[in-house]
Each structure stands twice: as C-alpha cells, then as structure tokens.
Design a protein around this ligand. Structure first.
Ligand code: SIN
Length: 277
C-alpha cells in the first residue's frame, strides 16, 4: 500500500533523516507525501538515495509541496525549465552556489519554503558535502535575555552583495531583492521559533547602530554555526536533499576544486516570514 514501505532514519538527534523505500520518479501518493512531509517538519532536512529523475519528475515532486520558485537573478537554469537551477562547479568555477551559510534567497519578500537538490555527479576524490544547521536549536539555546532582545528585532536581507557582488550577475528589472524580515521567525506549520539571520544575505539589524548590528550579527551567526546543531551529508550520484529553509540553513562545502560536481535544484515557494509571540 502507498507509503507502507517507507523508512525514516535519523542522521543525528538534532537534524537530518534519510528516507528509503520510495521512488520519487513516480507520482507521490497521499500517504507517501504525508510521511515525507512529516519527516521534513521533524528533521528539517531529508535525504534520498538512488533516485533517477527527469527534470519533469523532479518538478512534479516539488509541486506536491507547493508552487515552484523562479530564481530572481540566476541565469544558470536548464533550457525550457526555468524552475530548475543548475548547481555546477568545475575547473573554471570562480565561486559555487551556497558556499557560505545561508537559507535560500532570504532576500526575497516571500523566501522559498524548501529546496530539493538532486546531485548527479560527485567529485572523484570526495568532498562537496553539504552541511545543515538547526535554526530552532540556535534560537532555543540563546539565553532568555538575548532571546527576548532578538524577538523584537528585524533585519535587512539583501541580494545585491551576493548576486551582484560575489556572483557578478545582472539584476532583472527592479534590481536585486532586498527585504526586512524578523530576526526570529515563527514556523507556519510547526509553530516553533527559529533564528532567521544568515551570513550570505543578512546585512543589517534595523534600529541598531552599525557597530552594534555588526557585533550582534557576528555573535548570532557564530552561535548558529555550532557543530552540535549540524548534520553533514556526503553525496553519492543520484542522491537528493530536501531542506526546509524556514528552520534550517545550509552551507555547500567547496573543497574539491578543480574537480567537478553537478546537480539540479528545484525550489518551492514560501510565504512572508512572521513572528508570533
Ligand atoms: C545551494 O545552496 O542550493 C547549493 C547547495 C549545494 O550545492 O550543496
């Protein structure tokens, strides 16, 4: 019966689970969908091995979780599939996507809810893992006075320094996205609170002096990157990672230059971050 053979195995007590017994190339029945959805809510990122997906099947899996997101500036997309980002590095690369801790496109007004990365080729000598961090845990382990301070704050998330600066991309009409989000966000499904600042996009805490904002952001980033809040996924060809951008951040390890790594990412739209006390 649909969903009965699916197994969910935790990678660490804090974050990450591997799901087996499901073929994502086939339409996902309601029971399988529910098992995967619930595992994602509980573990923040879920992993699948040995999947063979066309771009259409990859998109169909993503669409079970919501409408698909189109990147605001990346030109690195598959022809005729603007929803499928190419994630590629080789001997010509000057940068790779995601090599700094971040949640995807947090500069958008409504940042993506989740991302589904399908890696087809891995570097021959290893490397290219992805690290994930539990941002609920990051929030919960702050001291009570600091939690109270952060709950009252908002921060600017700016695409320009990343896409225009580091990646050298040209903005679409209207410029790169730049938006203000709560520093602590309430997850719309679980109701839990998560820290929502990241090194890639968060440039400034609103209402603080620059030196105060810089110091607080640096402290929050370092705290969020605590190893105990993390799991690390070692890719094999045809593996998939599906992460929840509302509760986890991630970091792509570029330790394999000049070797090649190739994959595709489908991203699911999200809603505007909010804080509920
Ligand atoms: C990304 O941030 O989407 C890229 C992650 C990776 O390549 O591991």
């Amino acid at each position: 019966m649909d969903g009965q053979s699916i197994d969910v195995r935790k990678l660490t007590p804090c974050i990450g689970a591997e799901i087996s017994g499901v073929d994502l190339a086939r339409p996902l029945g309601n029971r399988s969908f529910q098992v995967i959805h619930d595992a994602l809510m509980e573990n923040l990122v879920v992993f699948f091995r040995d999947q063979e997906l066309t771009h259409e099947q990859h998109k169909a899996f993503g669409r079970r979780f919501g409408e698909l997101h189109i990147h605001p500036s990346s030109l690195s997309v598959v022809a005729e599939h603007p929803e499928v980002l190419i994630i590629k590095a080789d001997e010509k690369s000057k940068y790779v996507a995601g090599e700094e801790w971040h949640t995807d496109v947090s500069c958008d007004l409504e940042p993506p809810m989740g991302s589904i990365l399908y890696i087809k080729e891995v570097p021959p000598d290893g490397g290219g893992d992805t690290l994930f961090a539990n941002m609920y845990r990051a929030y919960e382990t702050l001291s009570a006075p600091l939690r109270r301070l952060c709950e009252g704050l908002t921060a600017i998330h700016d695409g320009a320094p990343v896409y225009g600066g580091r990646f050298g991309q040209t903005p679409k009409a209207g410029g790169f996205p730049r938006n203000e989000h709560p520093v602590v966000r309430t997850h719309p499904v679980t109701g839990r609170k998560a820290l929502y600042v990241n090194r890639n996009f968060t440039t400034r805490i609103v209402g603080l002096r620059k030196n105060e904002s810089d110091a607080l952001l640096e402290m929050l980033w370092r705290h969020s990157e605590t190893p105990e809040f993390q799991c690390r996924f070692a890719w094999r060809p045809n593996s998939i990672a599906f992460w929840d951008n509302r509760s986890a951040m991630h970091h792509a390890m570029w330790d394999y230059f000049p070797n090649r790594r190739l994959g595709h990412r489908v991203t699911v739209k999200g809603d505007r971050p909010f804080f509920r006390a």
